[in-house]
Each structure stands twice: as structure tokens, then as C-alpha cells.
Ligand binder design. Structure first.
Ligand code: FMN
Length: 195
């Protein structure tokens, strides 16, 4: 029984989108958006990690993953499609697993593969640095939806995903702030390179 409550970090039941940080056996830090799945029935926490990602490989190698709670849409885009600069990471108290310097909160999990793509998570320790009052912004949600469709487009090349991204782009232009607009612009440039 652990005394760390993921709810204190905003990880409630359902799927919480975070930027997961991991490290390879040889010490290379990595960041990528991942959905943390918390069951309302069993209260178990897990992630589905699909083959081919650095995150999955690192978790298999080290058994650790950090959930970074962060509300910057640009960082979501950058961590989905590229490698973040090394100076965005830090290692509090000489932890092996990196965390994002700019995360509002982070939570370290031990991670064990249970079946196929499913990995069970056990919370170990974490830190809440600040609790910003962040209202629901449809522009932010639209960036996240666009990113999910962009990763699917990357795999399947179905032009339907491009239409969906166009739809979310319009929401970002109406509801988003500067960072959301910057994020969707970056994503559209990346998509241009994919087509
Ligand atoms: C909002 C969002 C949530 C995601 N959730 C997952 C997930 O739960 N599991 C997964 O394997 N990939 C997920 N992805 C896709 C990975 O972030 C993506 O494949 C990324 O390129 C992996 O990067 P890496 O190779 O550095 O680990 C998600 C992407 C986004 C945008």
C-alpha cells in the first residue's frame, strides 16, 4: 500500500494526458505525451505503450516513468514530434529518471509490463511546485486533439485526419491564446513535412 495519492497530482479516474519523461539505460532523457489510465473501479493505474517509441523502450529498460503535469501546448507539440533540448530536464535529488523543469507537478511511477502493451504503474514519489488556476480552454484541448490525429496520420496517412486537424485549427484560432496558436502553427509546419 502506497501513501502517494495520484489524485493530489490531478491524476483522477479516466485518462489524464501528461508529458511522460523517461531515461534510457545509457542515460539519455526523453519526453513524450502519454495518457495515464486510472480505473474508477479498481483504482489501478496503467499506461498503454505502443511499440516503436523511446518511451516504451526506456520503460522496459529502467522500469521508471515520470508523469509531468504541464499546461504548455507548445511543449506537447515539441515532445510528440521531436527531441527536447537537454536543458529542459532536471534530476531532483539525483533521481535517475528526469523531470521537466517547467512542470507544475511531477510524479514518479515504477512501471511493470503486465500484458502486451499494458504497463502497471505504482506511484513512488512526486512534487507539486505550483497549482496554477487554469480554466478549461477549448484551444488547448483542440491542440491536444490535433496532436492525437497527427500521430495517427503519421502512421496511417488517412487524409481524414487532416480534415480533423483543420477543424481543430479553427477552434484554436477562436478560443486559443498565444501559446495555443504557436503550438498549432508548429504542428501544421510539421504536418507539411509529413505529407
Ligand atoms: C495527447 C497524446 C497522448 C498520447 N498517448 C499515448 C499513449 O498513451 N501511449 C503511447 O504509446 N503513445 C501515446 N501518444 C503518442 C506518443 O506521444 C508519440 O508516439 C511520441 O512520438 C512518442 O515519442 P517517443 O518515441 O519519444 O517516446 C500520445 C500522443 C499524444 C499527442
Amino acid at each position: 500500500m502506497t501513501s502517494v495519492d495520484p489524485g493530489d497530482f490531478g491524476i483522477l479516474d479516466g485518462i489524464s494526458e501528461v508529458i511522460a519523461t523517461t531515461r534510457s539505460e545509457s542515460g539519455i532523457p526523453n519526453a513524450a505525451p502519454i495518457g495515464i489510465i486510472r480505473s474508477p473501479i479498481s483504482d489501478q493505474i496503467c499506461v498503454r505503450l505502443f511499440s516503436g517509441s523511446h518511451t516504451r523502450q526506456n520503460v522496459i529498460e529502467t522500469g521508471e516513468i515520470v508523469a509531468n503535469i504541464i499546461h504548455d501546448p507548445v511543449m506537447y507539440v515539441e515532445s510528440t514530434f521531436g527531441d527536447l533540448d537537454l536543458d529542459v530536464f532536471e534530476y531532483p535529488d539525483n533521481m535517475d529518471c528526469p523531470v521537466l523543469k517547467r512542470a507544475n507537478a511531477w510524479l514518479l511511477f515504477e512501471c511493470e509490463q503486465s500484458k502486451g502493451n499494458l504497463f502497471e504503474l505504482t506511484p513512488v514519489r512526486g512534487m507539486v511546485r505550483d497549482r496554477p488556476l487554469v480554466c478549461v480552454n477549448r484551444g488547448f484541448s483542440a491542440v491536444i486533439e490535433s496532436l492525437v490525429h497527427a500521430t495517427r496520420y503519421q502512421l496511417k496517412r488517412d487524409p481524414g485526419y487532416l480534415d480533423l486537424i483543420g477543424h481543430y485549427d479553427r477552434i484554436v484560432q477562436i478560443c486559443g491564446g498565444t501559446r495555443e496558436k504557436e503550438a498549432i502553427l508548429k504542428l501544421k509546419k510539421i504536418m507539411g513535412g509529413l505529407s
